[in-house]
Design a protein around this ligand. Structure first.
Ligand SMILES: *[C@@H]1O[C@H](CO)[C@@H](O)[C@H](O)[C@H]1NC(C)=O
Ligand SMILES: *[C@@H]1O[C@H](CO)[C@@H](O)[C@H](O)[C@H]1NC(C)=O
Ligand SMILES: *[C@@H]1O[C@H](CO)[C@@H](O)[C@H](O)[C@H]1NC(C)=O
Ligand SMILES: *[C@@H]1O[C@H](CO)[C@@H](O)[C@H](O)[C@H]1NC(C)=O
Ligand SMILES: *[C@@H]1O[C@H](CO)[C@@H](O)[C@H](O)[C@H]1NC(C)=O
Length: 329
């Protein structure tokens, strides 16, 4: 009994501010400003002026030695308002996440330009409007940039290719227009996975993209036209390519597929020619070439007969298993 009382006193004093607070005073002030700008939401209820932000607040993380705020991750909840300019006043921030919040509106906060140490930036599943700002190309330490599922418009800034450490770029599910920047064929250093699907991107895929080896490409559901064969090649290591639902038009029989390819979706385009024999050598887990203008016999072998007819249907004159057998033997 006595021991329990002692323990609970000890614990409550450990967690009270009377013991030295780790939280940096400047950072705490900034966070409380952010909370106030959002109208003191329930989601940030743990952010209390009289408790230690490093040990008692949710959604934030302090560096273990400097005790400066290095991570702010607010996700899955009710939050209304624009991203406050105060986020730019957390100079040691490496991770910034606003994700799946009910009513976060307005532009991508310009003050984010000040956060030179950022390496992980996710502002996704929100209701952000305006354009993808040019300044993001100056956040050289970014390894991950995700602005997916918003209402961003305008074109993709070519400056994003200046990010030397980017591993993945997610701009999918927005209202982006214009073409894919030529500069995306000249990423310095790391070559990121490119996720640009569900926008209104138009024009040709820049030939420069053929110079790089992307790990994954998702350009589906845009209005891209012309040739996409430059995305393939025997020396590439790309595993996943989704080009479905565009206006692409090229001869599939001339494409030299990389052996690394495990998933290829090109449905709903204007792709012509036949399915190359080379495809029987790929270890494909997913294939969809439906709704194109392909013709000829589906080569027999490899994984090609493991897919059902819907992988191949709605083409001009494809035949052979799993479709109907070709008329002439
Ligand atoms: C958000 O608010 C609505 C109504 O105000 C409520 O029904 C819902 O449960 C809340 N969601 C969360 C995640 O708190
Ligand atoms: C969403 O936030 C805006 C302010 O950014 C506010 O005017 C509006 O009432 C909010 N809507 C809901 C449904 O909470
Ligand atoms: C960027 O990252 C490198 C390596 O992790 C680090 O040494 C450098 O200080 C970082 N730059 C900034 C501005 O934080
Ligand atoms: C692939 O690599 C080989 C050997 O490095 C080289 O000879 C060939 O030209 C390359 N092919 C292409 C299409 O880049
Ligand atoms: C291929 O895509 C078409 C069109 O979206 C779809 O109807 C079909 O079910 C898909 N088949 C497979 C195997 O993914």
């Amino acid at each position: 009994m006595k021991k329990n009382l002692f323990l609970s006193l000890l614990i409550s004093s450990l967690f009270s501010l009377s013991l030295s607070e780790l939280c940096n005073h400047h950072d705490k002030k900034v966070l409380l400003q952010i909370k106030q700008d959002f109208g003191n939401p329930y989601l940030l209820a743990s952010w209390k002026a009289d408790t230690d932000c490093c040990t008692q607040w949710y959604q934030v993380e302090c560096d273990s030695t400097t005790h400066r705020i290095i991570s702010l991750t607010i996700f899955a909840g009710n939050l209304s308002g624009e991203i406050p300019p105060a986020v730019g006043d957390l100079p040691y921030l490496q991770t910034l996440v606003f994700h799946k919040l009910t009513n976060v509106t307005g532009p991508i906060q310009p003050a984010i330009a000040k956060l030179k140490s950022l390496n992980f930036l996710r502002l996704s599943w929100l209701s952000l409007t305006g354009s993808v700002p040019d300044f993001l190309g100056q956040l050289k330490n970014l390894t991950f940039l995700d602005l997916a599922f918003n209402r961003l418009s305008g074109s993709i800034p070519s400056s994003l290719a200046l990010l030397p450490n980017l591993g993945a770029l997610h701009l999918d599910r927005n209202r982006l227009t214009g073409s894919i920047p030529e500069s995306f064929g000249a990423f310095q250093g790391n070559v990121p996975g490119l996720y640009l699907s569900h926008n209104q991107l138009s024009g040709k895929i820049p030939a420069s993209l053929g110079n790089l080896d992307f790990g994954a490409i998702d350009f589906s559901r845009n209005k891209l036209e012309g040739d996409a064969s430059i995305l393939f090649g025997p020396n590439k290591t790309t595993q996943i390519v989704d080009l479905s639902r565009n206006l692409l038009e090229f001869d599939l029989s001339k494409v030299a597929f990389q052996s690394s390819l495990t998933s290829l979706d090109i449905n709903h385009n204007k792709i012509y020619g036949s399915i190359p024999q080379r495809m029987t050598q790929l270890d494909l887990q997913f294939l969809n070439v439906s709704y194109n203008r392909l013709c000829g016999k589906i080569p027999v072998g490899g994984k090609l007969q493991s897919f059902d007819y819907s992988t191949y249907f709605h083409n001009r004159c494809l035949c052979g298993a799993p479709l109907e057998s070709c008329k002439k033997a």
